[in-house]
Design a binder for this molecule. Structure first.
Ligand SMILES: [Zn+2]
Length: 151
């Protein structure tokens, strides 16, 4: 079922616990990305005219401005390009996660993507550290992509 046809719910099935953090506002430009994420796949738009791969998934190629795009399955692998540690609760629903990291990951396919590095404390994260995507089903409708260290 397509995302726009689903009734949005903030209840995590079975737990009765609401997911209180912000969720993406899905657009027609990025709907294929979110639908693939729900299937635990990382997809990226690729230009059929010049071969450029980009993210976020704007409808046109940022290199040649063509609207002729296709979706490719990405490897999910990349490396940490930069990161910070959040120590203040700028968003109340993240208060219990403090401190947490926000990283910019350079994917093997080229584009950079924001995400959290999971499974390690922030002081174990380093620039150029190899990581791979992990998929967290946060609601019935949304799966978020995070990254974990890769050996
Ligand atoms: Zn292009």
């Amino acid at each position: 079922m397509a995302l726009e046809e689903r009734e949005l719910t903030d209840e995590k099935e079975g737990t009765g616990l609401a997911y209180e953090k912000p969720l993406p506002q899905v657009t027609k430009e990025d709907r294929p990305f979110w639908e693939a994420a729900r299937e635990h796949r990382l997809v990226l738009p690729r230009c059929r005219q010049c071969g450029n791969v980009w993210f976020p998934p704007y409808s046109s190629c940022p290199r040649c401005l063509s609207f002729d795009r296709e979706w490719i399955d990405a490897s999910g692998k990349g490396k940490v390009w930069g990161f910070i540690e959040m120590a203040q609760p700028y968003i109340a629903s993240f208060r219990d996660d403090l401190p947490y990291n926000v990283a910019l990951v350079e994917l093997e396919e080229g584009p950079k993507m924001f995400g959290n590095i999971v499974g390690v404390p922030t002081d174990a994260i380093a620039v150029d550290m190899p990581v791979e995507a992990v998929f967290e089903d946060v609601t019935d409708d949304f799966t978020l992509i995070r990254f974990k260290p890769r050996g």
